[in-house]
Design a protein. Structure first.
Length: 228
């Protein structure tokens, strides 16, 4: 069900659906209280895939080829199939004449980046093209404990100060922001401060919020009771 945006007024956005939502099903899911309904809205970037996205995709494929021995054509077909699976049959192409949108290309790059981090693929040619300014890069680095600056094994750094003497095992971590930084870069950001670190490495330092499953997989202890 794809909604169309009708109006933006302040912090309120109105959408119109091409077909009616299944209200009875929503009532079952939310105990009859439709005022509690929560939905994810994604704003699609309809512009065509950029040359930067295309260059990054093929640079990563080249690094995976050097690591795995599989040709870039084989790897391209593999990731295209992964994209089709994730999008229930969606098609994508990084050819020069492609009509792929920037949002579709971003999703594909998320799939490829997660593969690289999950499988510890050495990144050489593609390293300086990696999307350090994208939230998904910060998330996947945290998820896989990879330093978002150098790719080494990382600590999970609290961007939001918890306060002197705070008990981290009782903190409500779902409300906090995190960065994945190796010990060297973790110490550096503490020493020179976030603004100087951001300027030096040309990357955002606001961090990302992590979902409950990711926090538990990272063994970050905290108070998750009734934590919204």
């Amino acid at each position: 069900m794809l909604p169309r945006m009708v109006r933006i007024q302040g912090n309120e956005v109105t959408f119109k659906f091409d077909e009616l939502p299944n209200l009875e099903r929503l009532k079952v899911l939310y105990g009859g209280n439709l005022s509690r309904v929560v939905a994810d809205i994604e704003f699609i970037d309809p512009r065509r895939v950029s040359s930067k996205q295309r260059k990054l995709f093929f640079a990563i494929l080249e690094d995976i080829f050097k690591w795995s021995g599989n040709s870039t054509e084989v790897l391209k077909d593999y990731f295209y199939e992964e994209y089709r699976t994730k999008t229930n049959g969606g098609l994508i192409s990084f050819n020069n004449d492609s009509t792929t949108t920037m949002s579709e290309a971003t999703l594909m790059l998320q799939i490829v980046v997660e593969f690289v981090l999950k499988n510890n693929v050495p990144i050489n040619d593609a390293f300086y093209l990696l999307p350090k300014d994208e939230a998904y890069w910060g998330y996947y680095c945290c998820k896989n404990r990879k330093c978002m600056e150098c790719g080494r094994k990382a600590d999970i750094h609290h961007v939001d100060a918890l306060g002197m003497g705070s008990n981290r095992t009782k903190a409500k971590h779902l409300k906090h922001h995190f960065m994945a930084l190796c010990r060297t870069h973790h110490v550096e950001i503490e020493q020179i401060g976030r603004p100087a670190f951001a300027k030096k490495y040309h990357m955002p330092v606001d961090g990302v919020k992590l979902d409950l499953e990711t926090l538990k997989n990272l063994n970050i202890q905290g108070d998750y009771s009734n934590d919204k």
